[in-house]
Design a protein around this ligand. Structure first.
Ligand SMILES: Cc1cc2nc3c(=O)[nH]c(=O)nc-3n(C[C@H](O)[C@H](O)[C@H](O)COP(=O)(O)OP(=O)(O)OC[C@H]3O[C@@H](n4cnc5c(N)ncnc54)[C@H](O)[C@@H]3O)c2cc1C
Length: 500
């Protein structure tokens, strides 16, 4: 009992301290010494837990320097992988095969952003961060209609893995479906100088564009990305904490009715009339409705390093002692706190005072305040920052054709009803996030309108330590990828999913 109370206290501190502060920036993913370079991802550990080595790294700052870097690799017959400032890919995509390979980093290739107001497009260097891009577009009176929820990504990196937000409207929820042009740097013959730029435009080079816009970094280095933009968008968000009854039927209407909506069922936590699901009523708001709201999603806020370590230590202890009950109490406390704080929505940029939260697209679609440094708060970081042994978790992401999602979700409910407590480990994180993406012409995109689910859960420090009730998560993975026709997100998942 005392153990659970300590846990709850720690969770509460964790959640409260994350509320208003900013933190030390994440470490750069490429570290080099005399023996070569190591590439890691933002979590500091790849799915197979082995290091990724490369011989050298180039840091171009312009397209000309990027061409030179590719030419050097081509002339010397070196394998190349593009890495970014963020390395937010969970899958080991940014790792070249062979430790004699060369990395080309776009972390310093981020100075040019050009808006073409009359054509409603923006063209940017591929290393430009999502936040820089959003701020520039919004300052000019426009909006990027779609982006992932996490802003710790570059424009070149995020389209390469098919990253998405949530929408069945317009061009849809996948960012690559808003791409109207790409400059790709590829190897070339010696007479061409060993590298050249291929300029690809929507309407003129559609086959090439469909191949390149989601290409996992294997077709060349994306140098520039041109996106379609819209006149400034204002949005209104309300989280409705309600029952998950009939969710497997209602998701269709819901997905059609709410342009930016998502749903988060929390399988364990019980509402008065059934299990809880959080429906995000998220749609456009008229321009003349005032609102300065910000979505500073709780999971992407800064945490006190000591608290992240403490929560991790307690989560480990609950795993070791096989305490389902402790996990359930944590899940209850976490959801109650999220309800109280609007999950990080802030009406005036500072506090959550009630629904709806109205604001601009740029402040509501993507977030990640733990990314930004403050010289006087070195005690804070993103909760998963590997330098401080904080949270460590897996993320399973499955993308279903719309017609297959109902069966999957009914099976999840059956599994839940056998013993709801077994889902507490998932509820501690974010429950099951359900998002919507449209069918895409990208060859590595989804061919039809789809429903995407994400769920996070504890990851042990070493590969041989079993997770508490891991059969539930693995059952869900198998149902999704083997039985119900889901495909993985290219940038996420455990390694086993790629074998399914
Ligand atoms: C906390 C967190 C939250 C996330 N939330 C979402 C979400 O809401 N929705 C979603 O869809 N995804 C989400 N992701 C996944 C993330 O969006 C993708 O992994 C994305 O691809 C990462 O972009 P990056 O700029 O960090 O690229 P990296 O991770 O560095 O690279 C990803 C791949 O793209 C290649 N690449 C990068 N730049 C180029 C280039 N210029 N030319 C050619 N190839 C290139 C790399 O070689 C690599 O194969 C999340 C990830 C994290 C860690």
């Amino acid at each position: 009992m005392r153990f659970s109370n300590t846990l709850l206290l720690l969770i509460l501190c964790f959640l409260v301290i994350t509320w208003t502060v900013r933190s030390v920036p994440p470490q750069l993913p490429v570290q080099c010494d005399q023996t070569g370079c190591t590439v890691s991802n933002t979590y500091g550990v790849w799915p197979d837990r082995t290091n990724c080595k490369a011989a050298k790294v180039a840091y171009p700052t312009t397209e000309e320097e990027l061409i030179k870097a590719v030419a050097y690799a081509s002339e010397h017959n070196l394998k190349v992988k593009t890495v970014t400032k963020f390395s937010s890919t969970i899958a080991k995509l940014a790792c070249p095969s062979g430790s004699d390979a060369m990395l080309i980093s776009t972390s310093k290739y981020n100075s040019v952003i050009e808006i073409e107001p009359e054509r409603l497009t923006i063209k940017a260097d591929s290393g430009v961060s999502l936040r820089e891009l959003i701020d520039k577009v919004e300052a000019a009176g426009f909006s990027i209609r779609m982006s992932p929820y996490w802003e710790g990504v570059s424009i070149g990196g995020l389209i390469s893995t098919g990253s998405h937000g949530s929408s069945w409207s317009g061009r849809g929820g996948s960012v690559h479906d808003h791409v109207v042009g790409i400059n790709l740097v590829v190897p070339a013959t010696s007479s061409e100088g060993y590298a050249k730029v291929v300029s690809i435009e929507e309407g003129r080079d559609d086959e090439l564009l469909n191949a390149v816009k989601v290409s996992l970094g294997v077709l060349g280095v994306i140098s520039k990305v041109k996106l379609s933009i819209e006149k400034a968008i204002k949005r209104s968000i309300t989280y409705n904490f309600t029952s998950d009854v009939a969710l497997e039927v209602m998701f269709m209407e819901y997905g059609k009715n709410f342009e930016f909506g998502d749903i988060r069922p929390h399988p364990l936590v019980r509402a008065s009339n059934g299990n809880t699901a959080v429906y995000r009523y998220d749609h456009r708001s008229p321009d003349d409705v005032s609102g300065n709201g910000v979505n500073d999603f709780i999971g992407f806020q800064s945490n006190a390093i000591l608290i992240s370590k403490g929560v991790r230590a307690l989560e480990k202890a609950l795993e070791t002692s096989k305490s389902e009950n402790g996990k359930c109490k944590t899940a209850d406390a976490t959801l109650a706190y999220k309800k109280l704080t609007g999950k990080g929505l802030k009406n005036n940029g500072l506090f959550f005072t009630g629904y709806p939260v109205i604001g601009t697209q740029g402040k509501l679609q993507s977030s990640g305040s733990c990314l930004y440094s403050s010289s006087f708060r070195i005690d804070l970081s993103c909760s998963w920052d590997p330098r401080y042994n904080g949270l460590s978790f897996y993320e399973t992401t499955a993308i279903f054709p719309v017609s297959r999602f109902r069966d999957f979700f009914l099976d999840v409910k059956k599994l839940r009803d056998l013993k709801p407590e077994r889902f507490c480990g998932i509820d501690i994180y974010n429950g099951i996030l359900i998002r919507f993406i449209k069918g895409s012409k990208a060859y590595l995109g989804q061919t039809e309108d789809s429903v995407v689910i994400d769920f996070n859960y504890y990851r042990a420090d070493d590969a041989l330590t079993p997770r508490l009730i891991q059969d539930v998560m693995e059952e869900m993975e198998q149902m999704a990828f083997v039985k119900d026709g889901a495909k993985p997100h290219w940038g996420k998942n455990r390694k086993v999913v790629s074998l399914a």
